[in-house]
Design a binder for this molecule. Structure first.
Ligand code: NAD
Ligand code: UDP
Ligand code: UDP
Length: 338
């Protein structure tokens, strides 16, 4: 018996997607949509390491072939250039659905969250695969509850500049739950908080990549607004461990996956100075509309039910980015993927 509020999966059926990991006679076949992106490519590395067969579906909107090129030639790895907004036929056991333009400079251009999620749920339904949605802390909007628990319904502006992303992910969660309740699809929902690490495109507009790129290029760190807004930053390996624990466990979620360490943007700039370039300076810029004032996950539910918690602190994780992140150096961020 658990005290945390959660939906536990319905009893298993004789479908291939419901064979527990490691117990099936054959290798698990897993699709990762958005697998050529930042988070997806780290997940692919770990799944292949574990001995699974992995198919990546990606349209390279923000992802890069380079992120997965080290698996080319591996017979257990396959890369399909495909836009998830279009239907696709495949036979797999699990679907990690990450495809989505995830940075503010990209996400307003694309209906991926709704159409892509619908197609992947339709696929999961047809083949009896387990489906994991990578939702986001943005579903909490500019939260009136702090820190945010999964039970909080959020404070989102439905017509603002960020709504395409926030409301898109909220709709994706709704679709996932509808397919779970109405079509018996085994779903898992992760609400991911700000995540950083190697392979993040340095020009994608997110604060960690901006500050790191600026520090490397000896440019001032651009702090938006007064810099007192807060975020919690999670290192990518912690997130990947959480996603796999969620997929392989028995709980639908939603689960917050994030690092509860909370920093103002000014404090983040200080950590960048400490760990990357002590001579970095700060330049204030006006903030974007509807910017959430604070955000910090309450992760008690994931700790209790998934036995998961993040291990890497910001001071340990930030320097690891510098060595491995590709820099796009192009004025047009859409060309990051080329
Ligand atoms: P990313 O941009 O690096 O990865 C997204 C991938 O999806 C890219 O490879 C992109 O080319 C691909 N993609 C986009 N639209 C597609 C489409 N229509 N068809 C096929 N592929 C498509 O971003 P990320 O940071 O790795 O994010 C991965 C997932 O995690 C996203 O769903 C995002 O919303 C979620 N998330 C990330 C964070 C974070 O801080 N990184 C926070 C919350 C949620
Ligand atoms: N879909 C897909 N691959 C499949 C099965 C379905 O891409 O193997 C798509 C399908 O084209 C549709 C969506 O998933 O756009 C939802 O499918 P579902 O069967 O749930 O709905 P329906 O097609 O009955 O409207
Ligand atoms: N931000 C900033 N400087 C930048 C980019 C972003 O101060 O160069 C701020 C932004 O206004 C927001 C916070 O950093 O308050 C996090 O922004 P990001 O886009 O990384 O993530 P999200 O807002 O989606 O959490």
């Amino acid at each position: 018996f658990s005290t945390a509020h959660d939906l536990v999966s319905k009893p298993t059926h004789a479908k291939v997607g419901r064979v527990p990991v490691g117990l099936g006679k054959r290798r698990l076949r897993i699709v990762v949509t958005g697998g050529a992106g930042f988070v997806g490519s780290h997940l692919v590395d770990k799944l292949l390491d574990r001995g699974n067969d992995v198919i990546v579906i990606d349209n390279f909107f923000t992802g890069r072939k380079n992120n997965v090129v080290h698996h080319f030639g591996n017979p257990r790895f396959e890369l399909i250039r495909h836009d998830v907004v279009e239907p696709i036929l495949l036979e797999v056991d699990q679907i990690y659905h990450l495809a989505c333009p995830a940075s503010p400079v990209h996400y307003k251009y694309n209906p991926t969250n709704v159409m892509g999620t619908l197609n992947m749920l339709g696929l999961a339904k047809r083949i009896g695969a387990r489906f994991l949605l990578t939702s986001t802390s943005e579903v909490y909007g500019d939260p009136l509850e702090h820190p945010q628990k999964e039970t909080y319904w959020g404070n989102v502006n439905p017509i603002g500049e960020r709504s395409c992303y926030d409301e898109g992910k909220r709709t994706a969660e709704t679709l996932a739950m509808d397919y779970h309740r109405g079509a018996d699809v085994e779903v898992r929902i992760a609400r991911i908080f700000n995540t950083y690490g190697p392979r993040m495109c340095l020009d994608d507009g997110r604060v960690v990549s901006n500050f790191v790129a600026q520090a490397i290029r000896k440019q001032p760190l651009t702090v938006y607004g007064d810099g007192k807004q807060t975020r919690s930053f999670q290192y990518v390996s912690d997130l990947v461990n959480g996603l796999m624990a969620l997929m392989d466990g028995e709980h639908v979620g939603p689960f917050n996956l994030g690092n509860p360490g909370e920093f103002t943007m000014l404090e983040l700039a200080e950590v960048v100075k400490e760990t990357i370039d002590s001579s970095a300076t700060i330049e204030f810029r006006s903030n974007t509309a509807d910017d959430p004032h604070k955000r910090k996950p309450d992760i008690s539910k994931a700790k209790e039910l998934l036995n998961w918690e993040p291990k890497v602190s910001l001071r340990e994780g930030l320097p690891l980015m510098v060595r491995a992140s590709p820099s796009c150096h192009h004025p047009n961020p859409f060309l990051c993927s080329s």
